[in-house]
Design a protein around this ligand. Structure first.
Ligand code: SF4
Ligand code: SF4
Length: 635
């Protein structure tokens, strides 16, 4: 049985943060959960999907975050508890709906989990989603650890039901993807009866009524959260310096205080209920100090709110020096780390951290000399490498300086040398297609550059279909290349509408991308990108005469999936007699330009070599070697 549904209250389990969130939802009696995959949030729905049948809940990977929010909201307006999860970029997609739902309110419980990605470790941006709570006038909670993440989700459902509105929880990478012990609570057996009350329609109009009602609900939340256990104080009773923090900053701050031996002089105040602010709690502690340091990831959201609160009450409070992102002492972007917090605290208090020089040197040596240097690169045998190689060759043959617009997904690496720097733009999901559509309409201004876009198969369904409708209607001249690797690969191979199964593993109706393109009236072709010659000539043909929108589906299963299935296509080796290495005319084309990690440059032999451990046997490199030194043999 999955550990997630162990019915043993009091038992301690090691959970990933996202598992703790999923468990909290189950303990709160969640009945419906939906999301579009996006790291660092993906495991929340992935875990719930695995236990869906046993727990009698409904879980889906929706086509995008707005639909996911709508699916969850349908349950939440029908007296059920529902959860929707997303990463920070996804909140922007769901925003349009959520900024109307807040006005109508709900009748069950709805928790919106947004997992932010400070430092953009697996994202195109590091947007701080917390400002949305203020914009939407909804309560926002921020967990600082794993137990708290579980408890907060449970509490957020209660708060949602008590206030009649959805509640947002902001996680971050170091909470969602780290692991810690969590004590299990009880799993419920009774659930509120689901029913949509048709006598009371839900409509945000008139705003003269719904907007004040929204403010009233937020005020109720503020009253409920006033003495919340999620706001905590630790350290000196009369602190010379007060640290105010939230999220991962809580443990980093306490550790830094102890390392520097500052417990008698410093206090740490954790705000778990970030919006609305726990005003009385904060004012009580602000009265006792003259210096405040604020630690949070990414934007100074808490800092601005606390300084605003201070300004409102400055007559009753001592003169306080605030140190944080606004004063430039704490970096204004990126993740927090124990070292960063330690450094800032040491600087502000004048207590220098003791550094074990020997240990520091050993660590430096290990990083510089033993940790493998990894480039941002496609995996060995990745079909996207072949696709981008074919596009690069086709654009070179075409000779009109064609522009390839891109977006986010594994293939965003195509903006780097691993994708031969072919992508010229990377913004939001589907925006490559949208921009290519726009660029393809600029002919009247004398632009003659071919317009192309790439998108992944999951992105096609998420955000590209409306672009194609627009392109056909406007007769925009561009080529959409769908890089179909049969999975939402970047986030963990979740199914999408083109997959034959749903999130819970049930057989479903896959939607065929090329059928959809044809039904919209696009000239559509399908190719295997490992057929390099065929793909190059198809791209050349399709961009030669750009008179209408066209689609090319480059279909080949993700190398990681075929690797797991053990479907090695070729045995590949280098013929040392034919390999001319540095002399091959392209400065070792295979390892310097094509750069599949399965290819190695043997410095002593001055020849290329295949790394049999990494090579997936795709055979594509055999087609690019100008000396025909790479030999592929069928297995
Ligand atoms: S066959 Fe060549 S391109 Fe394919 S994975 Fe192996 S080394 Fe890389
Ligand atoms: S295998 Fe081919 S491309 Fe690679 S170094 Fe040898 S000759 Fe050049």
């Amino acid at each position: 049985m999955s550990r997630l549904i162990l019915d043993e209250p009091g038992k301690e389990i090691l959970f990933m943060g996202n598992e703790a969130i999923a468990r909290g939802a189950l303990e709160a009696g969640v009945r419906v959960a939906a999301a579009y995959p996006g790291n660092p949030s993906s495991e929340i729905i992935g875990n719930l999907a695995q236990v869906a049948e046993k727990m009698g809940i409904y879980v889906e990977w929706s086509v995008n975050e707005k639909v996911a929010a709508e699916v969850a909201a349908a349950a939440a307006v029908s007296n059920m508890n529902a959860l929707v999860a997303m990463k920070q970029n996804g909140l922007n997609v769901a925003c349009d709906f959520l900024l109307n739902l807040n006005l109508t309110g709900i009748r069950g419980g709805l928790v919106v989990i947004v997992a932010d990605d400070p430092s953009g470790i697996s994202s195109s941006n590091e947007q701080d989603s917390r400002s949305f709570a203020k914009l939407a006038d909804i309560p926002l909670l921020e967990p600082s650890g794993f137990q708290e993440a579980k408890e907060m989700v449970r509490h957020a459902f209660e708060l949602s039901r008590m206030t009649g509105n959805f509640v947002m929880i902001r996680s971050v990478t170091r909470i969602s993807h780290a692991r810690g012990n969590v004590i299990l609570g009880k799993l419920p057996t009774d659930f509120p009866s689901p029913h949509f009350d048709t006598s009371r329609p839900l409509c945000p109009l008139p705003t003269s009524v719904t907007h004040p009602a929204l403010h009233k609900r937020l005020q109720t939340a503020e009253e409920i959260l006033g003495d919340s256990e999620f706001n905590e104080y630790w350290g000196s009773e009369i602190p010379e310096t007060l640290i105010i923090t939230c999220g991962s900053g809580w443990f980093f701050s306490k550790e830094a205080v102890d390392i520097l031996g500052l417990r008698p002089r410093v206090g740490v105040l954790k705000v778990g209920t970030t919006w609305p602010l726990p005003r009385a709690f904060l004012i009580n502690h602000l009265q006792k100090t003259k210096k405040v340091i604020l630690f949070e990831e990414v934007d100074p959201v808490l800092e601005n709110n606390v300084t605003e609160l201070y300004a409102q009450h400055n007559l009753d409070l001592p003169r306080i020096e605030f140190v944080g992102k606004n004063s430039g002492v704490v970096p204004s972007t990126g993740e927090l780390s124990p070292d960063l917090v330690l450094g800032v605290l040491g600087k502000v208090t004048g207590v220098v951290p003791k550094i074990d020089e020997n240990y520091a040197n050993l660590a430096k040596d290990a990083i510089e000399n033993y940790a493998p240097q990894r480039a941002m690169a496609f995996c060995a045998g990745c079909p996207h490498r072949a696709s981008l190689w074919a596009i690069k060759q086709a654009l070179a043959l075409d000779g009109r300086d064609g522009v390839l617009f891109g977006d986010i997904g594994c293939y965003a690496l195509g903006i780097f040398p691993t994708g031969f720097s072919q992508l010229k733009t990377v913004h939001a999901m589907g925006s490559g297609a949208g921009m290519a559509c726009g660029f393809g309409s600029l002919r009247q201004f004398g632009i003659n550059q071919p317009s192309l876009a790439v998108c992944g198969d999951s992105t096609f369904f998420h955000a590209v279909i409306p672009v194609l409708v627009n392109a056909v209607h406007q007769n925009s001249k561009f080529l959409l290349v769908v890089l179909d690797n049969n999975a939402t690969a970047m986030t963990g191979f979740q199914p999408h509408p083109g997959s034959p199964i749903d999130a819970m593993g049930n057989a479903t109706n896959p939607i065929v991308i090329e059928d959809l393109c044809v039904s919209l009236g696009l000239e559509t072709r399908v190719m295997d990108p490992f057929d390099l010659k065929g793909t190059i000539s198809t791209v050349c043909e399709m961009i030669k005469d750009q008179t209408k929108p066209k689609a090319l589906v480059l279909r080949r299963e993700c190398a990681l999936v075929s690797g797991r299935k053990g479907t090695l296509k070729y045995q590949v080796r280098i013929d040392p007699q034919k390999c001319i290495g540095e002399e091959c005319g392209c400065d070792r084309l295979c390892t310097r330009v094509f750069k599949c990690p399965g290819l190695i440059w043997d410095r002593s032999a001055k020849k290329a070599r295949i790394d049999d451990v990494i090579c997936t046997g795709c055979g594509v490199c055999a087609d690019i070697c100008p000396s025909h030194a790479i030999v592929k043999e069928g297995v």
